[in-house]
Ligand binder design. Structure first.
Ligand code: GLU
Length: 481
C-alpha cells in the first residue's frame, strides 16, 4: 500500500503548536514509509477563514522543514465535489432534508435537559412524506441535510495509537448535519463530511490527527461506508498539555509557531522538541533528532496514549544545543533580524566580519536566539550604564590610573590585536605596580558597565573596531573621580 497522509489545518488562526506537532508525525510517517505528505487547507468556514492565516500556516510548515508533496489544496475550490457527494447520499436515501427550526431544536434540547438526558436530535424528519416536505417548503422553512445514523450501530476500528476503539451509533447525537441550508440548493457542506469526501478523493491511507477528533472518526467511518469507500487507518495522537496537566490553550500564552519563532527558537530545536511530544525513539535516551533522523525510527508503537506535557526547560535545552552547534555564518544570519527588530543600527554587509566575531563571542551563552539582543546590547549602543558593582569597581584605588594607562597605550598604537591587548594590560600592571585583577575588572567595568560578561579581550577588540573603547574609558575615568 502506498502511504498517503495529510495535514488539514483550518485557516482560522495562526499555525498552532498542536497542528504543527500533528504535521510532524504525519511527515515522519510518510517519510518512514516512502509515502506522500499532502497539505489541505480546510477553509469551508468562510466567516472565520482568513488568507493571512493560510499564509501563516504554510509559512510555518515551510520554516519547520515540513515540505509537502502535494497541495496545498483548498476546500473552498472543491465545493462542487461535496455537492455531488451530498446528492449521491440523498439519492441513496442515506441522507434527507430536515426542516426542523432553530426554535424547535432549542425546545427539544430543553426537554431533554429537563429529563436529564444528553442532547441529541430525535430524527423527527427522517421519514417525511412528499406532502409534509412540500408544506414545510411552502412555509418558507430552510433545511439542512442530515445523514442517517442508526442508534444500534456499533462502530469499531483498530487505532494505531489507542488500539481497539468502539462507539455506538446512539452516542453520536442522532442523525448528523452534513450540509447547511443555502439559497442555491444543497448549501454549505460541513466539516465531518468534506473531510471524508476529500480523504477518499486524495486516497489518504492513514488519517493521523489529534485525539480531540475521536468522536468525529466514529461519524466519519459511517460516511466512508455510505459513500462506498474503504476506510483508512486511523491514528489519534495525544493532546499537548501544559505543565499543570491541562490542555495547552491560548491562556498559556504562546501557542502558535510564529510566536515560538519570535521568542527565539530555532526551527531545528522546535521541530526536534515536537518529535518528542508524545513519541520516543526505541533508544529512549536519544533526544537529539533532525526530521530525517527521527523519520528513520518513527512508528506509532512508540507514540503515547497519555497527553504530552509541554516542558519549556527541555525545549530551551534542545534549542541551545542547536544554537551552540551552529556554524557562525548561519547563526549570524539568524541573529540579524532580532538585532534589527531591537532597533540596533549596523550595516549587515560592511560589518559582516565584525558581526561574526560578535556571534562567536556570545553564542555559547545563548539559549534562545533572542537572548542575543540583551547580550550584545553594549556593542550597539554609544554608552553603557554602570551597574552598582561596576561603579564600585571604578571607585577602587588605582582603577582610574589603570584606565589612564590603557588610554595612553592606545594612543601609541591605534591598531590592537588579542596579543597586543594582553601586552597593554601587562605593561599597566608592571608600570603601576597593581594587581592584574584590578586592571582587568576596571577595564571590564569601563567598557561594558558590568563586572561579568563574555571574554574581556574579545569584547574589547570588538569595541575597539568601532571606536567605542576610548570614549568609554574616558567616561569611566570621569565618573570614578
Ligand atoms: N480541520 C481540522 C482541524 O484543523 C482537520 C482535522 C483532520 O485532520 O481531519 O482540526
Amino acid at each position: 500500500m502506498t502511504v498517503r497522509v495529510r495535514i488539514a489545518p483550518s485557516p482560522t488562526g495562526n499555525l498552532h503548536i498542536g497542528t504543527a506537532r500533528t504535521a510532524v508525525f504525519n511527515w515522519l510517517f510518510a517519510r518512514r514509509h516512502g509515502g506522500k505528505f499532502i497539505v489541505r487547507i480546510e477553509d469551508t468556514d468562510l466567516e472565520r477563514s482568513r488568507p493571512e492565516y493560510t499564509e501563516n500556516i504554510l509559512e510555518g510548515l515551510r520554516w519547520l522543514g515540513l515540505n509537502w508533496d502535494e497541495g496545498p489544496f483548498f476546500q473552498s475550490q472543491r465545493l462542487h465535489m461535496y455537492t455531488a457527494a451530498v446528492e449521491q447520499l440523498l439519492e441513496k436515501e442515506l441522507a434527507y432534508r430536515c426542516y426542523t427550526t432553530a426554535e424547535e431544536l432549542e425546545a427539544l434540547r430543553e426537554a431533554q435537559k429537563a429529563k436529564g438526558e444528553a442532547p441529541r436530535y430525535d430524527n423527527r424528519h427522517r421519514h417525511l412524506t412528499p406532502e409534509q416536505r412540500a408544506a414545510f417548503e411552502a412555509e418558507g422553512r430552510s433545511y439542512v441535510i442530515r445523514f442517517k445514523i442508526e442508534d444500534e450501530r456499533e462502530i469499531i476500528w483498530d487505532d494505531l495509537v489507542r488500539g481497539a476503539m468502539s462507539w455506538r451509533g446512539s452516542d453520536l447525537g442522532g442523525d448528523m448535519v452534513i450540509a447547511r441550508a443555502s439559497e442555491a440548493g444543497v448549501g454549505q457542506p460541513l466539516y465531518n463530511f468534506v473531510v471524508v469526501v476529500d480523504d477518499i478523493d486524495m486516497e489518504i491511507s492513514h488519517v493521523i490527527r489529534g485525539e480531540d477528533h475521536i468522536a468525529n472518526t466514529a461519524k466519519q467511518i459511517l460516511l466512508y461506508e455510505a459513500l462506498g469507500a474503504k476506510t483508512p487507518e486511523f491514528a489519534h495522537t495525544p493532546l499537548i498539555l501544559n505543565m499543570d496537566g491541562r490542555k495547552l490553550s491560548k491562556r498559556d500564552g504562546v501557542t502558535s509557531i510564529s510566536d515560538f519563532k519570535q521568542l527565539g527558537f530555532t526551527s531545528e530545536g522546535l521541530v526536534n522538541y515536537m518529535t518528542l511530544l508524545g513519541w520516543s525513539a526505541p533508544d529512549s535516551t536519544q533526544e537529539i533528532f533532525t526530521l530525517e533522523t527521527a523519520a528513520k525510527e518513527f512508528s506509532f508503537e512508540r507514540v503515547n496514549k497519555a497527553g504530552a506535557k509541554f516542558d519549556w526547560a527541555k525545549l530551551d535545552w534542545l534549542n541551545s544545543q542547536y544554537i551552540h552547534g551552529m556554524a557562525v555564518d548561519k547563526l549570524t544570519d539568524l541573529l540579524i533580524p532580532y538585532w534589527q527588530e531591537a532597533g540596533y543600527k549596523f550595516e549587515s554587509g560592511r560589518q559582516r566580519p565584525w558581526l561574526e566575531q560578535l556571534v562567536n563571542l556570545i553564542s555559547a551563552s545563548l539559549t534562545r536566539l533572542k537572548d542575543a539582543v540583551e547580550q550584545s546590547q553594549i556593542f550597539f549602543t554609544e554608552t553603557v550604564e554602570f551597574s552598582e558593582e561596576a561603579s564600585k569597581q571604578l571607585q577602587q584605588e588605582g582603577s582610574a590610573a589603570a584606565l589612564q594607562g590603557i588610554i595612553a597605550a592606545l594612543e601609541q598604537q591605534p591598531q590592537i590585536s588579542a596579543d597586543s591587548a594582553q601586552e597593554i594590560i601587562k605593561q599597566v600592571v608592571k608600570g603601576q605596580n597593581v594587581k592584574k585583577g584590578l586592571v582587568m575588572r576596571s577595564l571590564r567595568a569601563a567598557l561594558t558597565g558590568d563586572v561579568h560578561g563574555p571574554d574581556l579581550i574579545q569584547s574589547w577588540l570588538l569595541l575597539h573596531q568601532i571606536g567605542l573603547d576610548q570614549p568609554r574609558l574616558t567616561r569611566a575615568i570621569a565618573l570614578s573621580n
